[in-house]
Design a protein around this ligand. Structure first.
Ligand code: HEC
Length: 159
């Protein structure tokens, strides 16, 4: 085989690999999460995001998970298996006796609407408007609508 032929073969093989490779990647990519609009009324988001129903057990896991809510980095919560609970934010033990569900939802979605100077991340801000975030979150919310509702449901059990 002469050099030219070999080169053509090699480039055809590369092209084939590229086409197949990108097809596989395209297939593996999950469908993007839908973003649901939310409305603030009197310092509360009264309607569940996307009309979804939260699962409190899942919400507890999300609150602990470092790459999800990581709420315990800043809040004391009744999660005894975790040694470290931060105290940058107010304790969330008994939060449901102090705050209504809609106010809790707003705090998680976008605490900046309550206190513009807060250090608490907005977990469900409009990704089209608030894009000065880490690259991995570009075009995405920190938590999905379902995850927000799960965490709200969990906090509602903290009476
Ligand atoms: C980087 C720290 C930080 C993280 C992470 C964080 N918070 Fe907060 N959070 C705060 C601070 C600080 C406040 C108090 C509001 C302010 O800054 O004025 C607050 C306030 C709140 C409030 C309102 C409480 C009240 O008494 O007014 C709720 C509810 C809440 N956070 C829930 C959560 C949940 C749930 C998570 C995880 C999904 C979370 N926070 C993650 C720092 C944090």
């Amino acid at each position: 085989m002469n050099m030219r032929r070999r080169f053509i073969r090699l480039s055809m093989l590369t092209a084939l690999l590229l086409v197949c490779g990108s097809a596989v990647l395209a297939e593996e990519k999950p469908a993007p999460e839908p973003y649901y609009e939310w409305k603030v009324e009197g310092f509360a988001i009264n309607a569940p995001i996307g009309g979804l129903v939260g699962n409190p057990e899942n919400g507890r896991k999300i609150a602990v998970a470092r790459k999800k809510g990581n709420c315990i980095a800043c809040h004391v919560m009744p999660i005894l298996e975790e040694e470290f609970n931060g105290n940058v934010g107010p304790p969330l033990t008994g939060v449901a006796s102090r705050l209504k569900e809609g106010r809790i939802r707003l705090s998680i979605v976008d605490e900046k609407q309550i206190n513009p100077m807060t250090v608490m991340p907005g977990y469900y801000r409009d990704p089209r408007h608030f894009n000065q975030v880490r690259k991995s979150f570009k075009g995405k919310t920190v938590l999905t609508a379902q995850e927000i509702e799960d965490v709200v449901a969990y906090l509602m059990t903290l009476k």
